[in-house]
Design a protein around this ligand. Structure first.
Ligand SMILES: C[S@@+](CC[C@H](N)C(=O)[O-])C[C@H]1O[C@@H](n2cnc3c(N)ncnc32)[C@H](O)[C@@H]1O
Ligand code: SF4
Length: 380
């Protein structure tokens, strides 16, 4: 039986950051009892269809799930353990923000069963944290990092780079500091200006400028060099880890394994007992999601059967995000084999005896390369 991972989406934040387009809402009066009942009900619904699968990872993402009461996380984890066998080495991650009130809850989250923390630090200086509209300053970030390291054996933090006016030198220094502070894992994202965010308007009005394309590439390469030398090589486009510290939950996505997505807007990929693979998508609006779960007593999700082509193309897209690359045997019919030679000769990828992996230059332009590599559905 295939292993199973579970993602829970907590859609609330204390305030909304101006760059963020995730499914998040600011709500001071979250009805915890209602949310508890809904998550448990959605889990029970899935348990009926996917009996006996061993759960290898659980991820509480958001939003800001560190705003949840720790006993809600404990109840959800306990329910998972009641409904499925759980791997002895299960990874249970919580995304957290570094404000003082959340830091004080880290120990209670560990008590609740969380064994890995992913902290949204974003920057290590006050000016950039203020530009990013974060609710914490650098001092709070450092305090949260220290508490997280003392409470959790497995811990990661996120930074956003290629910020307006950030020099390569400044990023190099911040990154070296981050590598010293890290405990085996870092996630590093280039700032992207998303539609429907306050940053989009500000950027359109010329109130700030992002580094030019060539400069963004320099940031990326510098990141690879500094963290490679610090023993934290990239294992995915934006993720770096010392060997053995990779996020097991995220590896499930990139290996295109099975996972349930529970909560507003959450996505899942799940194989039924008769080998049909489905994409699931939960209702996006929090209130609607709650209502659907309450009224139907079932998961508030739509299910779409994934064709062989959908699966081949998605599996390839996910697998090529990994630095180790992929064995192309299961994907041969979806790949334009002539494009491999051309892209290899141009330095975007390496291909050797059925093994395909992108070079760092290729990783940087992943979204541009994939359309060349993946055949058109009508030709597959
Ligand atoms: C959905 S957030 C959740 C984590 C947590 N709420 C926080 O803000 O720290 C996951 C990560 O996505 C990254 N992120 C979100 N929007 C981004 C953007 N526009 N550009 C780059 N990174 C972004 C941030 O690093 C953030 O930590
Ligand atoms: S970046 Fe994190 S804290 Fe900020 S709005 Fe997005 S999910 Fe919430």
């Amino acid at each position: 039986m295939l292993p199973l991972s579970i993602y829970f989406h907590w859609p609330f934040c204390a305030s909304k950051c101006p760059y963020c387009d995730f499914n998040v809402h600011v709500n001071d009066a979250v009805d915890i009892a209602r949310w508890r009942a809904a998550y448990l009900s959605a889990l029970r619904h899935y348990a009926r269809g996917y009996v006996g699968r061993k759960v290898t990872s659980i991820f509480f993402g958001g939003g800001t799930p560190s705003l949840m009461p720790p006993d809600l996380a404990a109840d959800i984890i306990a329910e998972v353990r009641t409904l499925w066998p759980v791997d002895d080495d299960v990874e249970i991650t919580l995304e957290a923000n570094p404000t003082s009130s959340e830091r004080q809850k880290f120990a209670a989250f560990k008590q609740a069963g969380i064994n890995r923390l992913s902290l949204g630090v974003q920057a290590l200086n006050d000016a950039d944290l203020s530009f990013l509209g974060r609710a914490h300053d650098a001092g709070q970030a450092l305090a949260a990092i220290e508490t997280a390291k003392s409470v959790f054996d497995r811990f990661s933090f996120d930074l956003i780079y290629a910020r307006p006016d950030q020099s390569l030198k400044a990023w190099e220094e911040e990154l070296k500091r981050a590598a010293e502070l890290a405990a085996g894992h870092l996630s590093l994202y280039q700032l992207t200006v998303e539609r429907n965010t306050p940053f989009y308007l500000k950027h359109a009005r010329g109130e700030f400028y992002l580094p030019e394309d060539g400069m963004a590439a320099d940031f990326y390469m510098l990141t690879q060099d500094i963290l490679g030398a610090a023993g934290l090589p990239a294992y995915e486009v934006s993720n770096h880890a010392a060997p053995g510290h990779e996020s097991r939950h995220n590896l499930v996505y990139w290996h295109y394994g099975d996972y349930l997505g529970i909560g507003p807007g959450a996505h899942g990929r799940i194989t039924s007992h008769n080998k049909v693979r489905y994409a699931t998508r939960d209702h996006y609006a929090p209130e609607k999601w709650l209502q659907w779960v309450e009224e139907r007593g079932a998961g508030a999700h739509e299910m779409e059967v994934l064709s062989d082509w959908d699966q081949g193309a998605e599996g390839l897209m996910m697998g090529l995000r990994l630095y180790q690359g992929i064995n192309i045997a299961p994907f041969r019919q979806f790949i334009d084999l002539k494009a491999i030679d051309r892209l290899a000769s141009e330095g975007w990828l390496c291909y050797d005896e059925g093994h395909l992996k992108l070079t760092p230059d290729g990783m940087l332009r992943l979204n541009m390369i994939l359309p060349y590599l993946i055949k058109d559905e009508t030709d597959a």
